[in-house]
Write a protein that binds this ligand. Structure first.
Ligand code: MN
Length: 499
């Protein structure tokens, strides 16, 4: 979460970044009345009346600056599944567009339940995934309502029993936080990930939280000195700027540490300062001034302004070393880029609402922000699926989950794996007992080499034999940490038994 710190320099009023006032229009008030009546008598786990949940979703969507139809659909999002209200009722009262969104959200909930739960063998899971695609692809606002729904659910997760907490936390880390990232909703991604991580791995969360706090404390003086040095220089050059401190997400630190063998000294962006300036030219000017004071580290200058990330993120990053040998990362961006990095797709809705709404009505999206073309791709695929045409899911470059692929068991369960995984990873993911007894694998019905990299949409069948034992040579055929860890444990156990 970002804590805004205003620099002593002149601060521009942020009028255009303010969310719309939360006055309930007559149509929104009507939705509140309908939902309140429909959910009457229902309670949440924390003892509050159920309506508190849809109202919280309404508040979140309003803060995100979403359009009226989306807010109304947010208020009604649980009525089809949980109350006597029907889609026809909603259509009659609120029109086609709201009904379409509510229907989409309901379908995602139904599909989702098949996505993570490896123990329930639903034969129709594969179709559910299609339904999820169709629902998501049909209107991206469905996804934004789902994210608001999930945000409130994770904010109130403490009232749930432990097993449900774990399940929701894991799903949030694996599906919803990456989704927020794909939509460049930075603030949301950090909140979802850190709240979920707290429940998915409480011990590690506390450890890293303490680590970050200790580090920040000892670095506070350094940061302040650097901040003052740069501020003085920028003021001398008559550059208007704001400084925004940025706390690194605990979950992303956890993931980074795993990449760097738990060596915290290899992580250069623990200390970071963000400078927000008026325009792009000033961004580059600021970069030059920073480099005139401190030495940039080789290969650590990233120009995401000239080359935005796939989710549309723009900024310049540079890591420098100070004369006192402190390593610190600078991020430089304009106000618009900052707004977009924090609020992502929701921010563009606010800026382009009129245009976007028109385009939705006419069935096309053209004015999506930079590099969100995957949404178009998804939308085209969804339209084809809806009209009964065949779409090869493997060929569909579905980049919703940039570092994950989804593969299927022969029964249609969906297993999420990191890109680069092989059949043995899949087997260990199902169960380490299965992993330990693998003799072969069929991919899409064909016997395949165990070193084959799995692709999005593959159906993987694992062939086991109870006489098979885990082998040292298997490390070459494993990609995931999880599987390597399990194999190591199994090998250790075998050696101990043998001696
Ligand atoms: Mn809900």
């Amino acid at each position: 979460m970002t804590t805004e710190k205003k620099s002593p320099a002149k601060v521009k009023p942020k009028t255009k970044t303010k969310a719309k006032p939360a006055t309930a229009s007559p149509k929104i008030q009507k939705a509140i009345d309908v939902a309140t009546k429909a959910h009457a008598g229902q309670m949440r786990r924390n003892g509050e009346p159920y309506i508190s949940h849809p109202l919280a979703v309404q508040k979140i969507l309003t803060e995100w600056g979403m359009d009226e139809d989306t807010i109304i659909a947010g208020i009604l999002h649980d009525t089809i599944e949980d109350t006597d209200l029907t889609l026809d009722d909603i259509k009659k009262e609120f029109g086609e567009s709201v009904a379409f969104l509510v229907d989409g959200v309901t379908k995602v909930s139904q599909a989702r339940s098949g996505m993570r739960d490896l123990n329930t063998y639903l034969p129709e899971t594969r179709d559910n995934f299609l339904r999820l695609l169709i629902a998501l692809g049909s209107d991206i606002r469905v996804l934004i309502i789902k994210l608001a729904d999930r945000l409130h659910n994770i904010r109130t997760i403490s009232a749930l029993p432990p097993d449900k907490q774990k399940k929701i936390a894991t799903e949030t880390l694996e599906v919803f936080a990456p989704l927020a990232d794909r939509l460049n909703m930075g603030q949301l991604r950090v909140e979802l990930a850190d709240r979920a991580f707290q429940y998915a791995n409480p011990k590690r969360y506390q450890e890293l939280k303490t680590l970050i706090e200790t580090r920040n404390k000892s670095a506070a003086k350094t940061i302040k000195k650097i901040e003052e040095e740069i501020s003085a220089l920028l003021k001398k050059e008559k550059i208007d700027f704001e400084i925004s401190g940025r706390a690194k997400s605990i979950y992303s630190l956890h993931k980074k540490l795993a990449k760097y063998d738990q060596n915290i000294d290899a992580i250069y962006d623990l200390l970071a300062l963000r400078f927000i300036v008026d325009d792009i030219t000033t961004c580059y000017l600021t970069l030059g001034l920073i480099h005139s004071l401190y030495t940039p580290l080789d290969g650590r200058i990233k120009d995401y302004i000239a080359m935005p990330k796939q989710n549309g993120y723009q900024s310049i990053h540079t890591t420098v070393i100070t004369p006192e040998k402190n390593i610190i990362e600078f991020q430089i961006r304009t106000h618009e880029m900052h707004e977009y990095a924090e609020r992502g797709l929701a921010a563009s809705f606010y800026y382009n609402e009129q245009k976007l709404t028109e385009n939705y009505r006419s069935g096309k999206i053209q004015h999506l922000p930079t590099n969100l073309l995957w949404i178009n791709e998804l939308q085209t695929a969804a339209a084809k699926l809806r009209s009964g045409q065949k779409v090869d899911l493997g060929k569909l470059k579905l980049d919703l989950f940039s570092d994950q692929i989804f593969v299927y068991t022969p029964k249609g369960d969906i297993i999420a794996l990191p890109k680069g995984s092989m059949p043995l990873d899949f087997a260990y993911q199902l169960h380490s007992e299965i992993g330990g007894h693998v003799v072969g694998a069929k991919i899409n019905g064909k016997m395949s080499n165990l070193k084959t990299k799995l692709k999005q949409g593959d159906v993987v069948e694992i062939i086991t034999n109870k006489n098979q034992t885990p082998k040292d040579s298997w490390f070459d055929k494993l990609f995931t940490r999880h599987a390597r860890q399990k194999l190591r444990q199994q090998l250790n156990k075998l050696t101990n038994q043998g001696s």
